[in-house]
Write a protein that binds this ligand. Structure first.
Ligand SMILES: Cc1cc2nc3c(=O)[nH]c(=O)nc-3n(C[C@H](O)[C@H](O)[C@H](O)COP(=O)(O)OP(=O)(O)OC[C@H]3O[C@@H](n4cnc5c(N)ncnc54)[C@H](O)[C@@H]3O)c2cc1C
Length: 389
């Protein structure tokens, strides 16, 4: 289990020093460029550094950890500290506590600083093309050349909202995707009816937070297979790691027999919803004439129209779809999903993916799982023959 890794303890918020970066080299050919410096990119950076590679991490955000900082105030990770370790430096603090978004962000920043990883922030890749056997990476500022390319751009970045249903709400009802919520207090108060669509981890957590503003809250969506937080006196993650369920490779038995590859993440239930939150355990398909229609043909008055509230909002907790607008089209299938096997592109042998759900193991997209995948991808990189080596 990675939480037990030896190594430096993660710096806490007060001791974070910002990484100073020497700059990109547009005149040399990199061995590897990693696009994205979230947890997946940083873990790749750790192993590339150990392998003595000439590499660079690019990230569109101003600051390492911004992806977590931009998630909603009050967010707590569902995985306890001890299972959130990147290789070589576990996070500080109580092993069983659930860090908040800032603690996680600061841990990532401290990690990059501790290992002096070469990260170029505020640098968005706009195009990656294969030319004369090498990858030509165009950013908003520079053109960079690399032999190998790792995409660590995150699996939870492009919000997904079912369009037909969204368009069926009248325009007076404001709508946000969960990824746009910074603080629930900016959107709701005691005069607001909130309809949360999607009852996964985000939907459940936001229901608690919106309810705390005094708003009238309705959470809709089928019950998802959430795991209990505790089982027989132990945190559920203890059991998942102890039993090997989180770490079984998908591409070989017995993991492959379980057919995990490409499936979603495991989620852990939030504390039970307050009694005052209305819970509708079916999928909504349409808002029509003030009524919500469910896929079981049932209709009910939209909670947004219930009396006593002055405004109604919809919050979409319907997840994400990955997009790769900067990659060659032939690296993706018709849905825009990377054509890859166990993290290596099946079209370009020098293109790799990290951080996708269930890429290699059920914990591939989680903080505590991506390190092991990164180690394996970097080993593959070392074995893969490219132009000039
Ligand atoms: C609400 C929420 C709660 C979660 N809670 C947990 C949890 O409790 N425990 C857990 O283990 N996991 C959790 N996850 C899942 C996962 O750990 C996080 O989503 C995590 O941020 C994924 O890390 P990543 O490095 O793969 O991607 P990201 O954190 O998304 O990082 C990708 C980086 O790539 C950069 N990037 C993207 N495109 C470009 C480009 N073209 N050019 C340059 N840079 C680019 C972005 O700026 C970003 O910094 C949660 C996810 C969500 C959405």
């Amino acid at each position: 289990m990675s939480g037990a890794d030896a190594g430096a303890r993660g710096a806490c918020k007060s001791s974070v020093t910002r990484l100073t970066f020497a700059g990109v080299n547009t005149n040399s050919t990199y061995d590897c460029i990693v696009i994205g410096a979230g947890q997946a990119g940083l873990a790749a950076g750790y192993y590339l550094q150990q392998a003595g590679k000439h590499f660079l991490l690019l990230d569109g955000h101003e600051r390492i950890g911004d992806n977590w900082r931009q998630r909603w105030k009050g967010l707590r990770l569902f995985s306890p500290n001890q299972y959130n370790a990147l290789p070589g430096m576990p996070p500080a603090g109580d092993p069983l506590s659930l860090p908040d978004r800032r603690e996680m962000a600061d841990y990532l920043e401290a990690y990059a600083t501790h290992f002096a990883l070469p990260v170029k922030n505020a640098c968005t890749c706009v195009s990656a093309k294969k030319t004369d056997g090498l990858w030509k990476i165009e950013t908003e500022q520079d053109t960079l050349i690399t032999r190998q390319l790792i995409l660590a751009t995150g699996a939870y970045r492009t919000p997904f909202i079912p369009e037909t249903l969204a368009n069926s709400f009248p325009s007076v009802i404001r709508q946000w995707h969960s990824s746009e919520i910074q603080s629930v207090a900016d959107h709701a108060d005691a005069d607001t009816s909130v309809l949360i669509i999607g009852a996964g981890a985000s939907g459940q957590q936001l229901s608690h937070l919106f309810y705390g503003t005094g708003a009238d809250v309705t959470l809709t969506g089928p019950v998802l297979p959430n795991l209990p937080r505790n089982f027989l006196g132990k945190d559920i993650y203890w059991w998942l790691y102890k039993s090997g369920m989180m770490t079984l490779r998908n591409d070989r038995p017995p993991g492959s027999w379980m057919g995990n590859a490409g499936k979603g993440d495991l989620t852990v239930a939030e504390p039970p919803l307050p009694d005052g939150v209305r819970r509708i355990k079916t999928k909504v398909t349409l808002h029509d004439d003030g009524h919500l229609q469910f896929d079981c043909q049932k209709t009910m008055p939209a909670p947004l129209a219930w009396p006593g509230r002055k405004k109604g909002i919809v919050v979409w907790c319907t997840g994400f779809r990955n997009t790769y607008p900067f990659l060659p089209a032939d690296a993706l299938d018709e849905q825009g999903t990377p054509l890859q096997q166990s993290g290596q592109s099946t079209v370009y042998n020098d293109l790799f993916f990290l951080g996708l759900p269930n890429l290699l193991r059920p914990n591939s997209s989680l903080v505590g799982g991506v390190g092991r995948d990164a180690e394996r991808i970097v080993k593959l990189i070392l074995r893969t023959k490219t132009a000039g080596n």
